[in-house]
Design a protein around this ligand. Structure first.
Ligand code: FE2
Ligand code: FE2
Length: 473
């Protein structure tokens, strides 16, 4: 379905047929713009940026590219096309027609799911607002802004659902999505990870690789929802989200590539020598991976969860790629997770599958994370370097679920607290490591030029050259 761009709010949901909803959203729109100008990317609001915008929601040709000032980006409401006669694909309502309205008994659960998802979208824009000041290239700067405007659009996606289906409390929630701010002492964002500032580009690449990928898995689960408007919204968001993970995967790949080039130039794999030459050594990249992978895993929630079981039973939130499973009811099935005993030893336990849905989703996520890691390893092997990137164990550095409160090495071996304290900076970035990365963060804005710690991308955006002027400064 084509998107109507003649409207004040671009949309493909026939917004003009519902005057009351249209008025309510047109009232929210200036609040969103005020938020964007105040909390969005700092310092580049009046610059032309080469951005893509959705033109339709089908898989092919949905994007158009052009120079746009970010506040003029056409944020709007885009839902994937309705699947005729769509049925609920899992849980106790399996096989029943998908809901076009919110069932009364699930209203507060659905609202909570939508608000929690919605809150992460503007949060990430706020976290990343200062990154433009130390971008490694114009190409990267443009990618950052593309990610940012799309996260802004994802906020629109959730706000539309709140306004259209949740009446007055939905409208109030939509206001609050603009009132909470990342890191705000009084009104922080809902999930703690989204309150940490992201002020260096190693962290940005890791965020887009690991944290945005958690977002992808949350959206995949919500795309299965029996509440059809939520499913359609999330299906289209997933197509936008793919670019964010591309930024992360190619970003970290380029840092690795640059490290390998420097190692070849200086004929050394000594981290100190690599740092003297201005690149990020492979062990340090591994530490960033350890840090971000473990914190992203916490976003999936507890290993045993009655909330997750209820969401599944009630058809609100399925498994990622629910089609891949044979049993969509999952009522009597069990699933093996781990339990950590007092003394730190690990014991397998079987729990009802529905209660283990967070782990099921998390493990699918881990597999997906590993694909990029193996690609990076091919790069390293091709350079003839003896080093392998690895995702740490799911037990490593967790603050949520069964492993929280215990300490494990990246290999998953239990260690006592004093061992963890003594050794943790072998595994995650130390203050010195972070200071080093910070020292590399200098703004590079001449077209085609790259900071010395990151290799240029293989190609530019939309078939343009790498040295295209992606942001006109
Ligand atoms: Fe998003
Ligand atoms: Fe994203």
């Amino acid at each position: 379905m084509a998107i109507d761009y003649t409207q004040k709010i671009p949309n493909n949901v026939h917004l003009s047929d519902d005057k009351q909803l249209q008025r309510a959203l047109e009232k929210w729109q200036p609040h969103f713009l005020d938020w964007w100008k105040e909390m969005g990317p700092e310092g580049f609001q009046q610059k032309d940026v080469y951005l893509r915008t959705a033109t339709s929601v089908d898989a092919k040709g949905w994007a158009t590219y052009g120079m746009t000032k970010m506040p003029d980006y056409r944020w709007g409401i885009f839902l994937a096309d309705q699947v005729p006669d769509r049925k609920i694909g899992f849980g106790d309502h399996f096989g029943e027609p998908a809901w076009q309205q919110v069932p009364g008994e699930f209203r507060s659960d659905l609202r909570r799911l939508i608000v929690t998802q919605g809150d992460t979208e503007p949060a990430s824009v706020e976290q990343q607002r200062l990154l433009g000041q130390n971008c490694p290239s114009l190409y990267d700067l443009r990618n950052l802004f593309q990610v940012n405007v799309e996260e802004g659009r994802h906020l629109w996606a959730m706000v539309y659902l709140l306004h259209a289906y949740f009446g007055r409390d939905g409208r109030e929630e939509a206001e609050e999505l603009l009132e909470r701010h990342s890191g705000d002492r009084n009104k922080p964002r809902i999930l703690s990870t989204f309150n940490e500032p992201i002020d260096d580009w190693m962290s940005f690449y890791c965020f887009t690789y690991f944290t945005d990928r958690d977002g992808k898995y949350q959206l995949k689960m919500l795309a299965e929802s029996g509440f059809d408007p939520l499913s359609r919204t999330c299906r289209f968001m997933l197509t936008e989200e793919a670019h964010h993970m591309f930024v992360g995967e190619t970003g970290l790949g380029r840092v690795i590539k640059r490290a390998l080039e420097v190692m070849e130039e200086i004929k050394s794999d000594d981290p100190a020598a690599i740092r003297r030459a201005g690149a990020v050594d492979l062990p340090l990249i591994q530490k960033y991976i350890n840090f971000w992978f473990s914190s992203a895993q916490d976003l999936f929630g507890s290993d045993t969860s009655t909330n997750a079981a209820n969401y599944f039973a009630n058809g609100l939130k399925g498994r990622p790629d629910e089609d891949n499973y044979a049993d969509h009811i999952a009522k009597d099935a069990t699933y093996e997770i781990e339990e950590v005993l007092e003394d730190g030893t690990i014991k397998p336990v079987s729990i009802p599958l529905r209660n283990a849905m967070n782990v099921v989703a998390r493990r699918a996520y881990v597999k997906d994370c590993d694909i990029g890691v193996q690609r990076w390893n091919r790069l390293i092997r091709k350079a003839g370097v003896d080093f392998e990137m690895k995702l740490p164990s799911e037990r490593f550095r967790r603050t949520v679920g069964v492993y929280a409160g215990h300490h494990f090495t990246p290999e998953g071996k239990p260690v006592e607290a004093h061992v963890w304290e003594a050794r943790k900076y072998e595994w995650i970035p130390s203050p010195d490591d972070r200071a080093y990365v910070k020292s590399l963060m200098r703004q590079v804005i001449a077209p085609g030029k790259m900071a010395g710690w990151v290799a240029p991308p293989d190609r530019g955006i939309n078939n343009l050259a790498v040295d295209y002027e992606y942001v006109r400064l």
